[in-house]
Design a protein around this ligand. Structure first.
Ligand code: KG4
Ligand code: ZN
Length: 331
């Protein structure tokens, strides 16, 4: 089955074509980062308008890169939450219109489930049970997946997500928006132990909290804004403590859930320090780790087509009056 995926939950307008067995045919992403940069974050109203402008050309491009016309598409998958309501509505309306006009099956997909399925595009034969760490601009969750589509939440973010903390500190450092990738690059030149920062909620709980370490990093920054060596050290030190807690809690969850595979997904899974530290921890524990390539970690529609394609293949359909939900839960 050839599935067209559509993703417009935040500030990436994306469409992709995925075939059965998680085979990626095309993956087109039009980022709006440039538009939102001068505001230091995503402006929801602008995001919706830009999605309206760009979505149809992006879909055309995805079909063209896959080398197929719309008549070859056999199903539609679209993100219906969580995310910005206006932005989600643009994608869902487009998917419904195509489904109705072409009489195609259609399914709404949870964005977080999409992030997990990016791992299946990288590695189709993942063994269950899976423990997934989802780390993005809005989420920090530890999820057990005993089979396709079945989720139990082991831990969740209580306040700022890791990506949000990175973005807020990076913004104060003058690194622009979104700051995570630039913080990653800068941190590689700094000393991870140079600036003392508290380990964010390193207790026994499997929940995450990154607002305290964000505040500590912002306080440490005061008076050093123009000092390049300090900025490099702060970037390295902040990533050291955030990554240490992400890895520690994931390994603690491994003890609890005894998974066959660990997946790390979401935009922050593109972080080089998280990738290498998690690889090292899983190697030491002898557990299999799958982290999608960076382009499939940050928001994209291939992951939505992958998750939705599996749901469609198992007979699931969404009604044409499907609504979007900004806080749609995974489980
Ligand atoms: O999953 P995503 O694209 O959007 C959401 O669903 O939130 O994640 C975006 C987040 C942003 O906070 C961004 O700064 C962060 O992922 N991010 C990174 C890196 N690449 C993206 N954070 C650290 N290092 C990176 N290389
Ligand atoms: Zn995302």
């Amino acid at each position: 089955m050839l599935v067209l995926g559509i993703e417009t939950s935040c500030d990436e307008t994306a469409a992709a074509v995925v075939a059965d067995d998680f085979e990626l045919r095309s993956n087109v992403i039009a980022s709006q980062a440039e538009l939102h940069r001068r505001f230091g974050g995503v402006v929801p109203e602008l995001a919706s308008r830009k999605h309206i402008e760009r979505l149809l050309p992006v879909i055309d491009e995805a079909l063209e890169q896959a080398g197929v016309g719309l008549e070859r598409i056999e199903g539609l998958a679209v993100t219906c939450g969580p995310g910005l309501v206006g932005a989600l509505t643009v994608g869902v309306a487009a998917a419904k219109a195509v489904a109705l006009a072409r009489e195609l099956p259609f399914v709404g997909v949870n964005h977080l489930e999409g992030h997990i399925y990016a791992a299946f595009l990288a590695e189709p034969d993942i063994a269950f049970p899976v423990l997934a760490l989802i780390v993005s601009g809005a989420h920090a969750d530890l999820v057990v997946m005993r089979d396709h589509g079945r989720y139990e939440i082991l831990g969740r973010g209580r306040d700022d997500a890791a990506g949000e903390a990175f973005d807020k500190v990076a913004r104060a450092m003058g690194l622009g928006y979104p700051g995570g990738p630039e913080l990653d690059r800068l941190g590689r030149e700094g000393r991870p132990g140079a600036i003392p920062l508290p380990l964010p909620m390193a207790d026994e709980s499997l929940d995450f909290s990154f607002s305290g370490v964000k505040t500590a990093a912002l306080r440490a920054l005061r008076g050093h804004e123009g000092d390049p060596a300090f900025l490099r050290d702060l970037a390295a030190s902040l990533q050291r403590v955030v990554v240490e807690v992400l890895v520690r809690k994931t390994m603690r969850a491994v003890e609890v859930a005894r998974p066959a595979t660990v997946i790390v997904a979401g935009g922050v899974a593109a972080n080089s320090r998280l990738r290498s530290e998690m690889a090292e921890a899983c190697r030491r524990s002898g557990i299999r780790l799958v982290i999608p390539p960076p382009v499939l970690c940050t928001d994209n529609a291939a992951m939505i087509a992958a998750a939705g394609g599996r749901r469609l293949a198992s007979g699931e359909r969404s009604p044409l009056n499907l609504s979007v939900q900004s806080d749609l839960p995974l489980a």
